[in-house]
Design a protein around this ligand. Structure first.
Ligand code: PMP
Length: 384
């Protein structure tokens, strides 16, 4: 993309419309993105953009690359969507703050609904957080290897991005070395490792980054120990924000719904930044029905954890070095063979896993699928 194209010359103030009543299109239209080059913010021009996992349009493919849930959402989700479709609701704007969802989620999580902000997926929440807390030229920090979107968010904002390497146990160094970051993101469980930061260590980091906020990204927390979440701690800490998604444990990746839990003071500020209607009526209905059906949720969660626990020894048996995971995926490495050709061969055999390479440190991140999908994966790996 060129940065040297001259910017379109604006007409003298007030004269453009009078002298040219036919409203000639601006000179840069029709030239493609290159023609816009000099109008685009330099930080956006310079960035590569976040690359999401492959979404191949092949129904036969076994998809183990983006940590989707192999099971359908609760039957109540379908009923709620159907009821929304037939009740004349599409014509009207949705609840701007998602109060019905906030009441339902508040009850399940044991938090006040005023502590909840709804989002169009938790990626939307992460964007809102960045726009609220990080000035241009500011600083975002996160551990590495970790969720690569945080870097893109910093780039979009024109902020700096600094990472702190996890140690060999996937713990964080003490003291936390980055002072003054406007926002610190820590996924817990982490992606791609599926590991958790011990509570004592996380609490030290939270205290050390204060008064700036620590965001604990709990996208995968429902696959971890029951007591592992930081949601309850939000009540006692001004600088703690927890983010959640319904994409994984509630099987709603296609619906796009996430939320943040923080003090009502923080939620009030975040609300000013979000789009007024960032969640539509269908996603709100689906998310509310899903979170209300805790019995169905518990069943799906238990099945995924059971499959994960049998995957690890089976993959180890096949020569992989597999990190114990608290999430719905496993981080698999090996030193005797390169990993990219394994990913490529699996893809050729219609099994998609995620090959990730963090500056030379690479591995396969394999989502927990249904038992049948995992049996097929193991059989194919055995024959490689
Ligand atoms: N956080 C982490 C750590 C993730 O891996 C993902 C999924 N890519 C998300 C947040 C975003 O999830 P979603 O936008 O689907 O809610």
């Amino acid at each position: 993309m060129s940065t040297t194209n001259p910017s379109p010359t604006p007409p003298p103030r007030g004269e453009g419309l009078q002298t040219n009543p036919t409203l000639a299109p601006p000179s840069f239209l029709g030239k493609g993105a290159g023609g816009l080059g000099s109008s685009v913010r330099p930080n956006v021009l310079a960035m590569k953009g976040y690359a999401p996992g492959e979404q191949l349009n092949d129904p036969e493919i076994i998809k183990l690359n983006t940590n989707e849930n192999p099971y359908p959402p609760s039957p109540r989700v379908f009923e709620a969507i159907q009821a929304t479709l037939t009740s004349n609701k599409l014509r009207k704007y949705p609840e701007p703050l998602g109060d019905t969802f906030r009441r339902a989620a508040g009850k399940v999580l044991g938090v006040d609904p005023d502590c909840i902000l709804i989002g169009n997926g938790s990626d939307d929440i992460l964007t809102i957080l960045t726009r609220t807390f990080v000035p241009e030229g500011g600083l975002i920090a996160s551990p590495t290897p970790s969720y690569i979107l945080y870097k893109s968010l910093a780039e979009i904002q024109g902020a700096r991005f600094q990472t702190v390497p996890f140690d060999e146990n996937w713990h964080l160094p003490q003291p936390w070395p980055i002072k003054g970051a406007n926002l610190t993101f820590i996924p817990n469980p982490n992606s791609p490792s599926g590991t958790m930061v011990p509570k004592v260590l996380m609490e030290l980091v939270r205290a050390q980054v204060a008064p700036y906020p620590l965001v604990i990204d709990e996208a995968y927390i429902d696959f971890a120990d029951d007591r592992a979440s930081w949601v309850q701690t939000v009540k006692h800490c001004d600088n703690l924000i927890v983010t959640r998604t319904l994409s994984k444990s509630y099987s709603l990746a296609g619906i796009r719904f996430g939320f943040a839990i923080a003090s009502p003071d923080i939620i009030r500020e975040l609300t000013k930044v979000k789009d007024s209607y960032n969640c539509d009526v269908l996603s709100l209905a689906a998310a509310t029905a899903a979170i209300e059906d805790q019995e169905y949720f518990a069943g799906v969660r238990a099945k995924i954890i059971a499959t994960r626990e049998r995957m690890r020894p089976a993959l180890t048996e096949l020569g992989f070095d597999v990190t114990p995971s608290h999430a719905n995926f496993l981080w698999c490495r090996r030193s005797d063979r390169p990993l990219k050709p394994i990913y490529e061969e699996l893809k050729r055999r219609k099994i998609l896993v995620r090959y990730m390479n963090y500056d030379g440190y690479d591995g396969l991140r394999i989502s927990v699928g249904s038992d049948a999908e995992i049996d097929k994966l193991l059989a194919e790996l055995k024959s490689l």
